[in-house]
Design a protein around this ligand. Sequence first.
Ligand SMILES: Nc1ncnc2c1ncn2[C@@H]1O[C@H](COP(=O)(O)O)[C@@H](OP(=O)(O)O)[C@H]1O
Ligand SMILES: [Mg+2]
Ligand SMILES: [Mg+2]
Ligand SMILES: [Mg+2]
Length: 366
Amino acid sequence: MGSMHERPFYSICIANYTFKTISYINSYNTSSVISVRTVQQEILQSDIQSKADKSPVTVADYGSQVLVSLVLNMEVTSGSFSMVAEEDSEDLRKDSAEEILEHITDLVNETLAEDGSYNITLSKEGILSAIDTGKSEGGPSGRHWVLDPIDGTKGFLRGGQYAIALALLDEGKVVLGVLGCPNLPLTSISNLNGSSSGDQTGALFSATIGCGAEVESLEGSPPQKISVCTIDNPVNASFFESYEGAHTMHDLTGSIAEKLGVQAPPVRIDSQAKYGALARGDGAIYLRFPHKGYKEKVWDHAAGAIVVTEAGGVVTDASGNDLDFSKGRFLDVDTGIIATNKQLMPSLLKSVQEAIKEKSQAPSPL
Ligand SMILES: Nc1ncnc2c1ncn2[C@@H]1O[C@H](COP(=O)(O)O)[C@@H](OP(=O)(O)O)[C@H]1O
Ligand SMILES: [Mg+2]
Ligand SMILES: [Mg+2]
Ligand SMILES: [Mg+2]
C-alpha cells in the first residue's frame, strides 16, 4: 500500500458504502420483513433468478453490486479503477429479465435518493454497465477491488447469515477487507440461537494489512480490536462450516473434527460471516471442503481471509499453502480451505491430511 494517509481514506470509504449497501439489502432480507408470508414469498419469487450454475441471484445481489461499484468509482479517483465482482449483466440483458431489471433500477435509484450523498439517477443501461464494472480479471499486478455483493445468497433467502464482502488487492496481495454481516449478533455467535441475549444484530468487520482487525456495529459504534481465540486443546474447540452440504463435504469435515478430538457439533452458518466469527474468537476452526471439481472464487475468501489473518489467525489450503489471490478470478487451492489460530494449525493440518487420505482409500459407495 502507498502512503499513510491512504489507509484511513480507504477504510472510511469502504465503511461508508458498505453501510449504504447494507441498508439497501436489509430491505430484501426475508428475516427482516415481518409481513404476510405468502406476500413475502410472491415478492421474493419474482426477485430471484437462477444462474447458469443453478445458484440463485436476487435483486439484492445485483443492487448491492451496483451501489458498491458506483460509490467506489466515484470515491477512488487516483489511478485506474478495476473491480473483480461476482455478478455480471448477461442474464439481465435478456428480454425475459425486463421486469427484474426495472425493479433493480427503481430500488437503486430510491436508495440513492434516500441516501442523498450522490445526486445521480441511473437508467437501465446505467445499471447494466455499473454491474459490469466488476468484470476485471484481477491478477498479480496493480490494484483490484474484489466484491461479493451478497455472499451466502442461499442463507440470505433462508433468513440465515449473509455478508457483503469487499477486499482490495495490491500487487496480488489482499491489503484491505470489509465484511458486513447484517444478521450476525454483534458480540458473539453463541447468541445466534439464544432468545434472551438482547444482543444487537449486525456486525461490520474490517482489516487493513499490518494494522489488525476490528468489529463495529452497523449503527456505527466505535470499532473494537478483535483477535482469534487462544484455545490450544482441540477438545475445547468448535468449528464453523457451510450450512449447505452442497458447498462442503460434511462427512469429511466430521471426520477431520473427530480425528482432531473436537467434541462440539459443527456450527453451520452461511457466508464469510464464518470468517468474521472466527476472527473474534466465537469458535476456533473454519473448514471448507467443496465437492470434486468445484473451483473457489477470490470474492468468496479475500475479505474473510484478511480479517482472520489480521486477527492473528492462519488461513491455508489443505496442504498448508497460503491462499494466492494473484491468479485471477479463481483460487488455485489444494482440496479445501482451513483456518484456525497458530496454536491449533499444526494438529489441524495433520488431521486434515489423515482424513483426506482415509477418504481417498475408502471404497466408493455403490
Ligand atoms: N458447489 C459448490 N461448492 C462450494 N462452494 C460453492 C458451490 N456452489 C456455490 N458455492 C459458493 O459458496 C458460497 C457460499 O458459501 P457458504 O456455503 O459458506 O455460504 C457462494 O457464494 P454466493 O452466495 O456469493 O454465491 C458460492 O460462491
Ligand atoms: Mg452467487
Ligand atoms: Mg460468495
Ligand atoms: Mg455472492
